[in-house]
Design a protein around this ligand. Structure first.
Ligand SMILES: Cc1cc2nc3c(=O)[nH]c(=O)nc-3n(C[C@H](O)[C@H](O)[C@H](O)COP(=O)(O)OP(=O)(O)OC[C@H]3O[C@@H](n4cnc5c(N)ncnc54)[C@H](O)[C@@H]3O)c2cc1C
Ligand SMILES: *[C@@H]1O[C@H](CO)[C@@H](O)[C@H](O)[C@H]1NC(C)=O
Ligand SMILES: *[C@@H]1O[C@H](CO)[C@@H](O)[C@H](O)[C@H]1NC(C)=O
Length: 433
């Protein structure tokens, strides 16, 4: 007897989330095909953190040393006072942001591993509609793909999310926006003011009132990146690529530590990231239980979380394991256990990003007049600068195995009653006609 036909899985989107998910599905023994809209990937974005929670899983899928080579460069990061750059705290980078590398470099490594595993990525495949009952999807070319389960890792502007929600999920301003720039910073090495930040890989953060500036130097000092998070009440035009106004940036950094100020002011162009964030949604799975959201399509993160790619990786691992534990005839059970297992952890990780941002933006207000941290109050220091440490020891697969029995019993009941309990009810009032 030959093996039974493996589960057919289609992953929409070959970003970091889609690639991680494809690897997880492959290792679970499924037949995975990835469909990606763009014809060719460019090296987009700037710094991205990968936490040990993700690296632990990626290692099981044969992808580790390449990632460490990219990201394990700076050991400590400094948190500095906005006006003069005085170091307020110093913490291991691995406790705060994980391994920091260029998003494009990580993406290249993810794509290479997917190909090495023999998983097909079909480029230039733009999904324009879904049939959740088949389930199937249609490309702009008219071509139709059918599978046992379809996973939409199609990013923040997810088309599948609207199908799952049954309404258009409009972005709402978080009250903040980021200006970001990324460029070859070699010319800064001749600037005596900012030289110390560009000579080698390093990460520094300047915190001020309602503003913070993150500086990352990558590729052994060849590449330079800054991100300024600031209050913003402008209308939303959500895009990864919208150009930013350098005059506005120059105003924001008028009173920042002159060393980093010089580097920012001399930057030629930057991007304006309005939000790229969403409130939690009540479901990650279509009513048919066969189309599933993963990654930024259902749980985008703020830059201060430094967990967008890592949480997407965890989601891939959990979904694959649920499908395997549930078996081919129990896809609804598996997908609903997946969303229940993931939701609260992802939510904590998202909120952690908001919390950290708010702490940084208020930290100086809590300091004494000289802007010194009360030296006696070690507790305050911890409270002010808090770390992401708690996120990293988690093993998403072990947790799934541990909780499968309990959660699958609950889901079985919900499925039998025909009533799936929403993940989150607070967002229901935001329904857009
Ligand atoms: C251009 C860009 C720059 C970014 N820069 C940073 C950064 O500097 N730092 C950081 O921490 N995070 C960055 N992010 C976010 C980070 O990459 C994600 O949080 C993380 O990788 C998880 O994303 P994802 O795979 O779920 O979605 P994404 O990375 O957004 O990938 C989604 C993929 O789906 C494809 N897709 C979308 N719609 C369709 C469709 N209809 N049919 C077929 N394919 C489709 C897209 O082309 C894309 O390749 C960036 C994301 C993007 C898209
Ligand atoms: C794997 O999936 C693809 C696309 O859905 C399909 O064309 C192919 O026949 C499948 N292969 C196997 C071995 O089932
Ligand atoms: C990262 O680099 C440090 C310092 O060079 C080293 O001690 C550590 O083992 C490295 N981490 C990994 C996972 O290789």
């Amino acid at each position: 007897m030959s093996d039974p036909k493996p589960l057919d899985v289609i992953v929409v989107g070959a970003g970091l989330g889609g690639c991680a998910c494809a690897m997880a599905m492959h290792y679970a023994g499924f037949n995975v095909t990835v469909l990606e809209k763009v014809h060719k990937f460019l090296r987009l974005g700037d710094s991205l953190g990968l936490g040990e929670n993700a690296l632990r899983l990626l290692q099981r899928w044969g992808l580790h040393d390449q990632l460490i080579d990219i990201g394990n460069k700076s050991e400590l990061m400094q948190i500095r006072r906005w006006g003069d750059g005085k170091i307020l705290a110093q913490q291991p980078l691995m406790d705060m942001a994980g391994y920091i590398g260029h998003r494009g470099d990580y993406h290249e490594a993810f794509l290479a591993r997917v190909k090495e595993l023999g998983i097909e990525i079909k480029m230039g495949c733009n999904v324009v509609s879904y049939d959740e009952n088949e389930p199937s999807l249609t490309l702009s070319s008219g071509e139709v793909y059918k599978a046992d389960v379809i996973i939409a890792a199609d990013g923040i502007k997810s088309l599948a999310r609207e199908l799952v929600l049954g309404f258009e999920d409009k972005p709402k301003s978080s009250g903040y926006a980021c200006f970001r720039a990324f460029f070859k910073g070699a010319y800064l090495k001749s600037d005596p003011l900012c030289r110390e930040f560009v000579e080698k890989e390093c990460v520094n953060i300047w915190i001020g009132n309602d503003v913070h500036l993150v500086q990352n130097t990558l590729r052994d000092g060849d590449e330079f990146n800054w991100i300024i998070t600031h209050k913003d009440t402008e209308d939303i035009k959500e895009s990864w690529f919208q150009p930013g106004d350098m005059n506005e940036v120059r105003k924001l950094v008028e009173d920042v530590d002159p060393r980093i100020g010089n580097a920012v002011r001399s930057t030629k162009e930057c991007l304006d990231w309005k939000i790229c964030y969403r409130d939690p949604i009540p479901s990650w799975v279509s009513k048919s239980h066969k189309i599933v959201l993963l990654g930024d399509s259902c749980h985008p993160h703020l830059p201060t979380s430094a967990q967008g790619a890592s949480q997407a990786t965890e989601s891939g691992a959990v979904l694959a394991l649920c499908l395997k534990l549930g078996g081919k005839d129990n896809i609804p059970l598996a997908t609903r256990v997946y969303e229940k297992l993931r939701f609260s952890r992802v939510r904590q990780s998202q909120l952690n990003g908001e919390d950290l941002r708010d702490r940084w933006h208020n930290a100086l207000k809590d300091l004494d007049v000289d802007g010194e941290i009360d030296p006696e109050s070690v507790k305050m220091r911890v409270r002010l600068f808090m770390s992401n440490r708690w996120l990293y020891p988690f093993d998403a697969e072990a947790d799934t195995l541990h909780r499968w029995q309990e959660v699958s019993a609950q889901v079985s009941e919900e499925l039998a009653n025909g009533k799936i309990i929403p993940l989150f009810t607070g967002a229901a009032s935001k329904v857009v006609a």
